[in-house]
Design a protein around this ligand. Structure first.
Ligand SMILES: Nc1ncnc2c1ncn2[C@@H]1O[C@H](COP(=O)(O)OP(=O)(O)OP(=O)(O)O)[C@@H](O)[C@H]1O
Ligand SMILES: [Mg+2]
Length: 320
């Protein structure tokens, strides 16, 4: 397959450069060059097709509510929809959560496929064994080439596919390395296109950068239907899955989990974990009600004040 060489496009003036530079050679702006694909289409090329393109009246399109698939992980269902991008810090439990959800789905008779570019099939099997998953029916694949994955989607036609992670996938046609902006964008776009045309539900894992954003281009978040962030404190076993964007449901929904030896367990009554049970009122502690997505949560705020021994007093906030 012929490779397409990526170029660098100035986000300010649209000028291009064959290699990355700090300054745009056209408008002299700094740090505006981003990797992209060269423009190949011309406006006149498709003019003859205008009449043959199938257009439909909106009223003529069947708009039945498609049945929603359930992962049997109630706290996860709460935040799901369509083509999903799950982002989160390293080691937070992304692979664990998706493996658990897929195992439940395959056990209930669905055709589910877990494709990992980060771990070998043996590592995935080890995790499934550690958390005692019933994953006999679940199919696992260690693949990083997009074209092969697309052909598997076409032939195997799984109902649900997990891609762990989008940064490890690469397309044969692009010359840049896996994880580069062009590769991530192209792989996500192609996967989404294949998912929409075949009705496969695709869940992609995305890495998060040091400053907490999903690594790769921001357009990634525009391409997919649902963006989820998996958050948590390394000192606490509680994990939150927050929906940032959802084309099929309420945004800012929250799923609450606890990481245990046997994997992630949904917390059915999150208010209970945010409250320390006092028999009587204690100074410095106050309970408030906050609305997270479609459910109210009770959260306890505790304040502890002490004399500062440094010139500038500090305010520190932690959550548990
Ligand atoms: N034996 C164990 N007992 C309890 N918890 C464990 C055990 N082994 C791993 N874990 C938990 O599982 C987490 C790793 O989960 P997982 O591999 O799903 O994360 P991830 O988000 O996919 O990470 P990465 O970004 O590296 O792919 C660890 O951080 C730890 O909390
Ligand atoms: Mg992982």
């Amino acid at each position: 397959m012929a490779k397409i060489k990526t170029i660098y496009i100035c986000q300010s003036c649209g000028g291009t450069s064959a290699k990355w530079q700090g300054q745009c050679p056209s408008c002299q702006a700094w740090n505006t060059l981003e990797e992209g694909l060269p423009e190949v289409s011309s406006n006149t090329r498709f003019q003859g097709l205008a009449q043959s393109l199938p257009r439909q009246k909106l009223s003529a399109i069947s708009a039945e509510d498609l049945p929603r698939l359930s992962t049997s992980v109630e706290e996860f269902d709460r935040v799901l929809g369509g083509v999903v991008l799950l982002g989160g810090d390293p080691g937070i439990g992304k692979s664990t959560l998706l493996l658990q959800a897929l195992a439940e789905m395959s056990a209930s008779g669905m055709n589910a496929l877990y494709s990992s570019g980060e771990e070998s099939a043996a590592q995935i099997a080890l995790r499934a064994k550690r958390i005692a998953l019933d994953a006999h029916q679940l199919e696992v694949l260690a693949e990083i080439q997009l074209e092969k994955l697309l052909s598997i989607m076409d032939t195997v036609k799984p109902q649900v596919l997990v891609v762990d992670s989008i940064q490890t996938l690469y397309s044969e046609v692009l010359s840049s390395a896996p994880g580069s902006v062009a590769q991530v964008r192209e792989c996500a776009a192609q996967l989404t296109r294949a998912a929409k045309s075949s009705g496969i539900c695709v869940l992609m894992v995305g890495h998060v950068t040091k400053d907490g954003h999903l690594a790769g281009p921001r357009v990634l978040e525009h391409i997919v239907d649902t963006v989820l962030y998996f958050e948590g404190d390394t000192h606490s076993s509680f994990r939150l899955v927050r929906s940032i964007k959802n084309r099929f449901g309420a945004v800012n929904e929250l799923g609450v989990f606890a990481m245990t030896e046997k994997g992630l367990r949904g917390v059915a009554n999150p208010s209970a974990i945010f409250l320390s049970q006092h028999a009587e009122m204690v100074p410095g502690a106050c309970v408030l009600v906050t609305q997270e997505g479609s459910r109210p949560l009770l959260v306890e705020i505790q304040a502890l004040v002490d004399t500062a021994h440094i010139p500038n007093p500090r305010r520190l906030a932690v959550w548990a």
